[in-house]
Write a new protein. Structure first.
Length: 291
């Protein structure tokens, strides 16, 4: 399976690190490797991701985001933008600037889609974003998005439900659909039906609900969620089919993570394993779930 997305432009507003791969540093290269033109705007510039415990750099304010978006708009190119991608939001002000950017793109190109990775927290870690961000995500960002890519913890928070079984997870997804987004990708799901040595990914839209199960790899890295959100978004924009987008994105990220595990690296090996992005070594087919 080999694919290039072709003529496509995505505005990606996320954090950036100089060393390692999270935020835009995890999303931009995979998109470019698929042939997508990316217009990255950084919400922060850090030396490395915060999981190391120490870092340097600074958080940018909402004014900078608005300024850069205005400059892009002056080029008259927002009409050519196919999608807006956002991830970690450092504050509600930054979130509001991102939503304004998405609205500006959609005014110029009504067929453009907004994909929000609603970064709130994770299983085992709990909420790790600033106070007010979880509420902003649930009440404002998610309803404004066409596509969202929560992990299981974020799915539970957004739906105010538990997803201990696959049925509960599907009920939670339906609840979040009712908030607004047409397409939902749950990027890491482990229910009572999931084998201990596996991980599930679930995608849902009006065409149905689909699942991919991959082996669980012996590693803990940052940035995989940012990368798969970008890959799924690009493949969905290209095909309009969530089953195909789910299959391609999960196969690619599994290939990259397998190479990362082999290397024993703390950082996701996006560059060294870049061929997996375009032509994954192992293809996981999405299976349709019944009613």
């Amino acid at each position: 399976m080999s694919v290039t997305v072709g003529a496509m432009n995505i505005l990606s507003i996320q954090s950036h690190v100089a060393y390692g791969h999270v935020g835009n540093a995890a999303a931009v290269f995979p998109l470019q490797r698929l042939g997508v033109e990316v217009w990255p705007i950084s919400t922060v510039q850090f030396s490395n991701h915060t999981g190391y415990g120490s870092w340097t750099g600074q958080v940018f304010d909402a004014g900078l985001i608005r300024d850069v978006v205005a400059g892009i708009a002056q080029r008259g190119v927002l009409v050519d933008c196919n999608g807006i991608l956002s991830g970690y939001m450092g504050s509600a002000d930054i979130g509001a600037a991102i939503l304004d950017a998405a609205a500006a793109v959609k005014r110029a190109n009504p067929s453009a889609r907004y994909c929000c990775d609603p970064v709130i927290g994770d299983v085992g870690r709990g909420v790790f974003v600033r106070e007010g961000i979880p509420e902003f995500m649930r009440n404002t960002a998610v309803p404004a998005a066409d596509i969202i890519t929560p992990n299981q913890f974020e799915l539970d928070y957004l739906s105010q439900r538990a997803s201990k079984t696959l049925r509960q997870a599907r009920d939670a997804v339906k609840t979040v659909h009712d908030l607004g987004p047409r397409v939902i990708l749950v990027t890491s799901l482990h229910t009572q039906e999931t084998p201990e040595n596996s991980i599930d990914l679930l995608a849902s839209d009006e065409s149905g609900c689909f699942i991919v199960r991959t082996p669980r790899l012996p590693l803990v890295v940052n940035g995989a969620g940012d990368a798969i959100a970008a890959l799924f978004f690009a493949h969905y924009l290209r095909t309009g089919k969530i089953a195909e987008a789910l299959s391609r994105a999960s196969s690619a990220i599994f290939g990259v993570l397998a190479k990362t595990a082999e290397a024993g690296s703390r950082e996701i090996q996006l560059v060294a394993a870049q061929d997996e992005i375009v032509k994954p070594s192992r293809l996981f087919q999405a299976e349709a779930l019944g009613p």
